[in-house]
Design a protein around this ligand. Structure first.
Ligand SMILES: *Cc1c(COP(=O)(O)O)cnc(C)c1O
Length: 230
């Protein structure tokens, strides 16, 4: 079997290739797409190898996993918290995160604001697919939610995050990403200094090419980049 570091480098190369092709198809610049390696299914050792192979952005979806990796993995790393965030867990991660992808309620905004003095780059998570099981603000309530965030001045809304359902239907996936992009545009048109909303966090192992074609600036890739060791 190939050593982990070579396997990750190969995966990274092929993902970069897919991303540049998607950018060509959609007339975008691939420099505007960043890859977040989602390391929730892999060890500290594998995560370290990902960083050693040139990955800068790391994403974890649970506080324990996040803190564990944060304390053990070294290098030039930008730390992304991508999972549902319970308010009581904010305190333990807030000084470690560079980005939070899962801002989905006012109580969480309030807690973030309470626990830090700096500006935190946040994505508002939108439940575009309207699946019951998914977290996120519904499309209908998004604009009002954005307005309500104004009073929490430690929060900078840098973009929207969405998770598509696990389906193969390319058309359905594309429509979810398109809707997210339209919502982003609506927010940009509000011209709010605390909500520049220039970023779109969307696309995972199965659907990142479509997400990039539809405007993703951050793709969150776990399995097909670093694998699954569980
Ligand atoms: C696990 C996870 C991913 C990555 O999933 P893969 O299908 O393994 O690429 C992306 N985003 C979030 C929020 C996740 O929890």
């Amino acid at each position: 079997m190939q050593p982990v570091i070579l396997r990750i480098s190969d995966n990274l190369q092929s993902i970069n290739q897919q991303i540049s092709e998607a950018c060509e198809r959609s007339k975008r610049n691939a420099e505007n797409v960043s890859i977040i390696a989602v390391t929730k299914y892999v060890s500290v050792e594998t995560t370290q190898k990902a960083v050693d192979s040139g990955i800068v952005h790391l994403g974890e979806n649970r506080d324990e996993g996040f803190i564990h990796k944060y304390e053990q993995v070294t290098g030039h790393i930008k730390w992304h918290f991508i999972g549902t965030l319970q308010s009581r867990k904010v305190k333990s991660i807030i000084d470690k995160v560079d980005y939070i992808h899962s801002l989905d309620r006012l109580s969480l905004a309030k807690e973030i604001h309470k626990r830090t003095n700096r500006k935190v780059k946040c994505f508002v998570q939108v439940n575009v697919s309207e699946e019951e099981s998914k977290h996120g603000v519904s499309s209908d309530e998004l604009i009002e939610f954005i307005h309500q965030l104004e009073k929490y001045d430690s929060i900078e809304i840098i973009g929207l995050m969405t998770m598509a359902p696990h389906i193969k239907d390319e058309k359905a996936l594309r429509s979810i990403f398109k809707k997210t992009r339209h919502l982003q545009k609506e927010i940009q048109e509000l011209n709010l200094s605390y909500a520049p909303c220039t970023e779109l966090s969307m696309g995972m192992s199965n659907d990142y090419s479509i997400a990039v074609e539809e405007g993703a600036t951050f793709v969150r890739i776990g399995t097909s980049l670093v694998g699954n060791e569980r």
